[in-house]
Design a protein around this ligand. Structure first.
Ligand SMILES: [Zn+2]
Length: 283
């Protein structure tokens, strides 16, 4: 099934069809998980952030090591972080509002390609038929949002933890964009369109794991929201660490999409392309 743009363009069809999810590839990758070789593991403490690089073809795993805990995760191209990073809105237009097994996380144009793909998720969601889910693209808490919701300044926030994570890599606050959330229970109110958050379904030992499609800089924030349970006093939130593991998979990623680049011929406004009959024969 073709799920996105260009499918009506006869010249684009072959190109697009290469980027429909190759489920067989990811099933083989998942079957090989017992052979993955652990190369690095560490724990990110409560109210902390850490950045780390993952080479394409490696896998990275997040584990709620001590109990339920929400994590916020941001991605950049490790080789060109200012030019390419995870873009939730574009990713949602291709993959939908939630992150499931096989969901790919896409970057912004001009690259517009999968940066990572979910290859394991052990969280058992309660009441999924009511729209609840546990991982999704979105944004992160900031000191400003937390001040707005609590009336208190000076609280920890994922924005600060991301800053802590990326500064060792030479990035600063303007390099922090949107991200995705793991172990964060949520549903979308179908009438009001607002997101409703709940206590995560993740339990101690639950994991979510991704395959790196390109060389990545990954930042993890251990969110001060803890397990997502609503409490009035932010001092009552229980915040737990999150474990990170990086694995060699021994499997090369699939080729990234390559889109027609309109930029070199851009002259300040769109001009219709020549009729198909006048176009060079497609390959
Ligand atoms: Zn947060």
């Amino acid at each position: 099934m073709q799920r996105w743009g260009m499918s009506q363009n006869p010249r684009g069809r072959a190109l697009v069809s290469r980027y429909i999810l190759d489920k067989g590839f990811y099933d083989r990758l998942r079957a090989a998980r017992p052979t993955f070789r652990l190369v690095e593991q560490f724990i990110v403490p409560p109210y902390g952030g850490r950045g780390f690089t993952v080479r394409k073809g490696q896998a990275f795993r997040f584990t709620d090591v001590e109990g339920p805990q929400i994590g916020d995760v941001a991605l950049w191209n490790a080789d060109d972080p200012r030019r390419e990073y995870f873009r939730p809105s574009h990713s949602m237009s291709v993959e939908g509002m939630f992150i499931n097994l096989y969901t790919r996380l896409w970057s912004d144009v001009p690259m517009f390609r999968p940066m990572a793909t979910c290859i394991e998720d052990t969280v058992r969601t309660a009441s999924p038929e009511k729209g609840w889910h546990n991982h999704f693209p979105g944004s992160h808490c900031t000191p400003e949002i937390r001040e707005m919701s609590t009336g208190r300044a000076g609280l920890n926030a994922c924005h600060l933890n991301f800053l802590q994570a990326v500064e060792p890599f030479g990035l600063t606050e303007p390099d922090i964009h949107d991200n995705f959330m793991v172990f964060q229970r949520l549903r979308i109110d179908p009438v009001r369109g607002v997101r409703i958050f709940g206590k995560t379904d993740a339990k101690k030992g639950d994991i979510i794991e991704f395959f790196a499609e390109i060389n990545l800089l990954v930042a993890l924030s251990v969110c001060p929201s803890g397990d997502g349970k609503r409490v009035k006093d932010p001092d009552k939130l229980v915040v737990r660490p999150i474990g990170v593991e990086i694995y060699d998979t021994g499997i090369e990623p699939k080729e990234s999409p390559r889109w027609a680049d309109w930029r070199p011929t851009w002259r300040g406004r769109w001009v219709p392309p020549p009729p198909l009959s006048a176009a060079p024969a497609s390959r």
